[in-house]
Design a protein around this ligand. Structure first.
Ligand code: COD
Ligand code: ATP
Length: 197
């Protein structure tokens, strides 16, 4: 049996960094944002439907994230339309990954785990979290989003406190060493449960 961990957290809270720590502990990791990057790249399955819905957003055969962000800024309902195209394709990619994985634990890094139905398909949930001011500083330090874009994405997500209340485990991502200790404890507990089963 493959044990499934759903890993989530609000924008910039440390999902990707924490997913890497799970990988170092021998878990297989599937990353929803990385799947979207594949779908948007040349030959990706989202390119043709996106071309139909947002002709200006496809440039040189790839989906332009800047163009999508401009479309969302001009019309907030555009994000819903984008999600309707992208999410079924992401779900297919995820199922294919799980089916071919032979790891004992598969970590699914899904930004919208609790907003969608993803939490129902996993054995346990992990939410990454830091205080809001740290989150904001980290996202803006990346230089890929304006403050307005950050606030818009954040407003579409379930608040951090609600996610933490729903989570089976919370990982505080204040330092790498602290995050690693928490991940190791979660993995050890799951492996013990699997061994005892
Ligand atoms: C809005 C877009 C163009 C922004 O692209 P950009 O490269 O600037 O940011 P990136 O993709 O790295 O996303 C950063 C973070 O924003 C959050 N986020 C992304 N999409 C969404 C969404 N639909 N709802 C809420 N939060 C979202 C996630 O926390 C994500 O990790 C892009 O995220 C997108 O096309 N989103 C739609 C697809 C989607 O829903 N992806 C979420 C995972 S399936
Ligand atoms: N445990 C940690 N200790 C210190 N810094 C961290 C830690 N985890 C993440 N960070 C930093 O926070 C920033 C955001 O982390 P990361 O990219 O992992 O977040 P994310 O949740 O995947 O973001 P997004 O929602 O935008 O995809 C990065 O600059 C990263 O280096």
């Amino acid at each position: 049996m493959t044990y499934l961990i759903g890993l989530t957290g609000s924008i910039g809270m440390g999902k990707s960094t924490t997913a890497k720590i799970f990988a170092e502990e021998g878990c297989a990791v599937w990353d929803a944002d990385a799947a979207v990057h594949r779908l948007y790249s040349a030959g990706g399955a989202a390119v043709a439907p996106m071309q139909d819905a947002f002709p200006d957003a496809v440039i040189d055969g790839t989906v332009s994230r800047d163009a999508l962000k401009a479309a969302i800024a001009a019309d907030p309902t555009a994000l819903r339309q984008i999600e309707q195209i992208v999410h079924p394709l992401v779900a297919e990619d995820r199922q294919a990954f799980i089916a071919k994985s032979d790891a004992d634990i598969v970590v699914l890094d899904i930004p919208l785990l609790f907003e969608g139905s993803g939490h129902r398909m996993v054995n346990t949930t992990v939410v990454v979290s830091v205080p809001e001011d740290v989150q904001r500083d980290r996202v803006l330090a990346r230089g890929t989003m304006t403050e307005d874009q950050f606030m818009m994405i954040k407003s579409k997500q379930m608040p951090d406190a609600e996610k933490r209340a729903l989570a089976d485990h919370v990982v505080i991502t204040d330092t790498l060493d602290h995050a690693r200790d928490q991940v190791r404890a979660i993995v050890a507990k799951i492996r013990k449960e699997l061994a005892d089963a």
